[in-house]
Design a protein around this ligand. Structure first.
Ligand code: MN
Ligand code: MN
Length: 277
């Protein structure tokens, strides 16, 4: 059979060119805006505040190393969420390169490390430096100021640090953890009113025994640790276990819906209990 040759008129070619240009522009716009914001492994348990890229005080940021909701009025994260297992652990040294997060939308104030200087607060990591030691680049990502909030030294270096290190121990034992961490309430501002420290810090930790099954590995027996600690001095020697609460209690105080990707019945069971291990 003879192959028919398609002949294009100049007008048709012009129209086709314009159409192609339109498609390319549309794709570029979508890539730039990322309206679909494909949730990463760090959001496997859900997006507790329904953060998105169109809400400045609940602004969704997804990085290869973690995900977070940033608040452009308190200038701290509402929450940070991340996966922890041995894949993330290596021997990269602490980079200590606290710096502004330049990926914030243009025109927003970028908190600088000096905003915390002399405030009496530590630059408190939400995802700890120690949870990202696979590469120097991963570790460095934890020093972006969007992962930092003003944390009292006794909280940060006391029970909070002990709990962080116990999470890494669980990961090294072969568990996979999904951790969410943030603050609520307001204390007196620092950095000439630019940053508002939280009154309390909280954490929700899901400890999965069978990592290979992903979130299907979550059962009614899965260990879930939730804590609510005052962002105050004087608790350095306190045991983190004394700050344990139910996820239900944290949902009531924060207004968030944690573990929202789990079936309702499973959420009801896991969220009502207080860890006692
Ligand atoms: Mn810390
Ligand atoms: Mn829930």
């Amino acid at each position: 059979m003879p192959r028919s040759k398609v002949r294009w008129t100049a007008a048709q070619l012009k129209a086709l060119g314009a159409l192609l240009l339109l498609v390319v522009l549309l794709l570029a716009y979508l890539l730039w805006q990322q309206p679909w914001a494909i949730p990463s492994e760090h959001l496997a348990m859900g997006n507790p505040s329904g953060a998105s890229v169109s809400t400045p005080n609940n602004y969704l940021m997804q990085k290869p190393q973690y995900a977070l909701s940033y608040n452009n009025s308190t200038r701290i994260p509402n929450w940070v969420s991340w996966q922890l297992n041995t894949d993330w652990l290596g021997d990269a040294p602490r980079q200590n390169d606290f710096r502004p997060d330049e990926s914030l939308p243009r025109g927003w104030y970028q908190v600088v490390p000096q905003d915390y200087t002399g405030s009496g607060y530590d630059r408190g990591h939400m995802i700890p430096s120690g949870d990202r030691t696979r590469t120097a680049e991963d570790n460095s990502a934890t020093f972006l100021m969007t992962n930092i909030l003003p944390q009292t030294p006794d909280n940060n270096q006391g029970p909070w640090a002990v709990l962080e290190s116990e999470c890494r121990t669980l990961a090294r034992e072969g568990k996979e953890l999904y951790i969410l961490s943030g603050g609520y309430g307001r204390r007196r501002t620092i950095a000439e009113g630019r940053v508002i420290p939280p009154q309390h810090l909280w954490k929700v930790i899901v400890v999965i025994d069978e990592p290979s099954r992903g979130i299907r590995g979550v059962t009614p027996q899965t260990r879930v640790i939730a804590v609510d600690m005052p962002n105050e001095q004087g608790i350095r020697m306190a045991d983190w276990r004394t700050f344990r609460v139910s996820v239900d209690a944290l949902e009531a105080t924060t207004g968030y819906d944690f573990l929202s990707n789990l079936p309702q019945a499973l959420q009801r069971t896991l969220e009502a209990a207080v860890d006692n291990q």
